[in-house]
Design a protein around this ligand. Structure first.
Ligand code: CA
Length: 245
């Protein structure tokens, strides 16, 4: 099961490398100082093009990425760096609605925070993100099923490939983790808080919007019938129709 890892937090996210791409220099400096105080190594970029170059050279564990940037924006940065390695992207947006919009576009960030945000929350979410990136980089647990087949939905956990009806869906790491979490308990209603804890490794009232946004992305990529909303409770994966093997 995808229970929360018992790994000591201090060890799991130690020596993280973070790139901060933010054109507002005061905010960039404040974030950088706070992360440096955690013992992390931080690089700062102030526009889109240098953001991409910094991410490419610095090999970060995670990127804090502002949406509105000079040169080109955070969406374009996200598109250009996605194939460059295993790192998480936490996007800073101006409004909650902007986060929903970005998920709808399939930009591929792993988490979103709306400005203004608390520095403490940013650190907590980054720690969770780094933990997840490092967990995903290692092989799945030995006792986990390597393949999940539900109707016409197939999840290959060794290659992290997902197909529905034979068509491959290109999911972000977070979308993939969310799908696996739901697929391990098909038909079972999981609350947003449970999903946050299992997939994102943190729970906060504001985070439930993040879950909603990623469910939207899963529906868009895999079909609207796959994930059922249980109003006021949470989400459940419906076993999809499909030829049975
Ligand atoms: Ca900005």
């Amino acid at each position: 099961m995808m229970s929360t890892s018992p790994t000591p937090a201090s060890a799991a996210e130690s020596h993280a490398r973070i790139v901060v791409v933010e054109d507002e220099r005061t905010i960039a400096r404040t974030i950088s100082d706070r992360l440096s105080a955690e013992g992390w190594t931080v690089a700062i970029a102030h526009d889109g093009p240098s953001g991409v170059a910094t991410i490419e050279n610095f090999k970060p564990d995670a990127v804090v990425l502002d949406v509105m940037l000079p040169g080109f924006d955070g969406l374009e940065v996200c598109r250009r760096v996605r194939g460059l390695g295993e790192f998480g992207v936490l996007m800073l947006t101006a409004r909650d609605e902007e986060s929903d919009m970005l998920v709808g576009l399939g930009v591929g960030a792993d988490d979103y925070m709306t400005k203004p945000f608390s520095m403490r929350e940013l650190v907590a979410r980054l720690k969770a993100l780094v933990r997840r990136v490092r967990r995903n980089a290692s092989t799945p647990e030995a006792n986990a099923p390597s393949k999940i087949e539900l109707g016409d939905l197939v999840i290959d956990r060794d290659s992290r490939r997902v197909t529905r009806g034979g068509n491959e869906a290109h999911l972000t790491p977070t979308e993939y983790d969310l799908l696996v979490c739901l697929a391990l308990a098909p038909g079972t209603v999981l609350t947003r808080e449970q999903l946050l804890e299992d997939v994102w490794d943190w729970v906060d009232a504001t985070g439930t919007r993040t879950v909603d946004s990623h469910v939207k992305a899963l529906r868009r990529k895999l079909g609207s019938d796959l994930v059922r909303t249980v109003h006021g409770v949470g989400y459940a994966l419906e076993v999809p129709e499909g030829e049975l093997a």
